[in-house]
Design a protein around this ligand. Structure first.
Ligand code: HEM
Length: 380
């Protein structure tokens, strides 16, 4: 609908992995679809490097890469994550979604700022993230003042940190919000959302597939072989495949593409719909241990092509350590690992039914978008 109003040809792909992969490999443009008109305004006052295009995308991605280089994650992340897993388990008898959010913000804050987060900042960052989450997932208006308070706290920590803020601003000609977004969005807000989504879904899948809980219990004392994907990572991949935290990916085609049967023309806006993608619905993590299967299907995990997840190695490192450590510390007692409990909205179809208030918000947003597009067309 959004595309047809703008006279942009569009297509929805919810099967045909080969064509989806070609789309993602061929273009670095997100375009003006659902993400642009509905999700991006929800990110205000900051920017999401996953959603913007052009000059701003290149700038945010370059700053992100520079930060990754500065934080020495390969030397520090495992130890920081293990320490914080132990801490959260000491504090919480049962690990629910709230505990996963706390753990995630503690790990990534310490990774960035080389100090532990305070109780006050932890609460503010989680609450503010849930404001962003609600608005981006079109579940309701967000509390703008709370978001602004998180921005101010991040700026405060940046000025006290090892990062050369002025140098970064000058090098990339970045304004205050571009700079702060490069720290907040990929390292704090998105991980809090994605990690809690993934652990919510994985713990539900394990509850429904008890034999995999037993397999994980058997692995508690085993040393892992770091040269291959282990069962823990395979289970995380399988949770991503079946219940991905991103409901859709979007691209504007910058050239014609074909899988040999279907031709998609340059200029077409493509929605790759993960929610409801036609695929095997059984939980079969072992498939990921097969190199050919991985090669064929890995595009589904962190996307592929020029816009694929730039933080996937960091994300995977932290996710794997969290999964192993929580099971080890809780001695394989999955009754204490109900990570779906107290889980907030994710924007996926598996959320509970929308309330009237949410529906009204969505209707309001759609009218706003229609008006914006029509005004643009009248002006041109
Ligand atoms: C389990 C957690 C994560 C998942 C499932 C995930 C998934 C993704 C996906 C699918 C995309 C591409 C979106 C698209 O093609 O439309 C993406 C982009 C991105 N991700 Fe992740 N991600 C995760 C965690 C992280 C973390 C922890 C970081 C940073 C440390 C990160 C940094 C980024 C960045 C910077 C981009 C934008 C790349 C670009 O547009 O050029 N991600 N992520």
């Amino acid at each position: 609908m959004i595309c047809s109003l703008q006279n942009i040809p569009s297509v929805v792909l919810k099967s045909n992995p080969k064509l989806c992969k070609l789309v993602l490999d061929s273009s670095d443009v997100k375009g003006k679809g659902i993400e642009y008109y509905l999700a991006l305004p929800g990110w205000n006052p900051i920017y999401n490097s996953e959603s913007v295009d052009g000059e701003r995308w290149r700038k945010l991605l370059s700053i992100f890469r520079k930060l990754v280089h500065k934080i020495d994650y390969s030397e520090r992340l495992t130890q920081i994550t293990e320490k914080n897993c132990q801490k959260i388990c000491n504090e919480s008898e049962n690990i629910d979604s709230m505990a996963i959010q706390k753990l995630t913000v503690r790990v990534f804050f310490e990774l960035l700022f080389r100090k532990e987060i305070t109780v006050e900042d932890e609460k503010l960052f989680i609450d503010a993230t849930n404001e962003w989450r609600r608005h981006v997932a079109q579940k309701g208006e967000s509390d703008f003042s709370m978001k602004e308070r998180m921005v101010e706290r991040i700026l405060h920590h940046l000025h006290e940190s090892q990062f050369d803020i002025e140098g970064l601003q000058n090098e990339f000609k970045a304004d205050k919000f571009e700079l702060v977004s490069s720290f907040m969005q990929p390292f704090l807000i998105s991980p809090i959302i994605n990690f809690s989504d993934i652990f919510c879904e994985l713990s539900l899948l394990l509850k429904q597939n008890q034999k995999y809980q037993d397999k994980l219990i058997k692995l508690i004392d085993e040393k892992s072989d770091e040269s291959t994907i282990g069962l823990h990572v395979a289970m995380l991949y399988e949770a991503l495949r079946l219940k991905h935290p991103f409901p859709i990916l979007e691209r504007d085609l910058t050239k014609d593409i074909t899988d040999g049967k279907i031709v998609l023309k340059k200029g077409t806006h493509v929605y790759v719909e993960f929610d409801g993608f036609t695929q095997n619905q059984k939980f079969q993590p072992e498939n990921w241990l097969n190199a050919d299967y991985y090669k064929e299907n890995s595009w589904f995990l962190f996307a592929t092509g020029p816009r694929m997840c730039a933080g996937r190695l960091i994300a995977l490192n932290a996710l794997e350590v969290i999964l192993k450590e929580l099971i080890r510390i809780k001695q394989g007692n999955f009754e204490k690992l109900k990570m779906w409990e107290n889980h907030k909205v994710s924007g996926r179809t598996n959320d509970q039914a929308a309330s009237i208030k949410e529906l009204l918000f969505q209707v309001k947003m759609i009218f706003k978008v229609f008006k914006e597009i029509l005004m643009k067309r009248l002006r041109n």
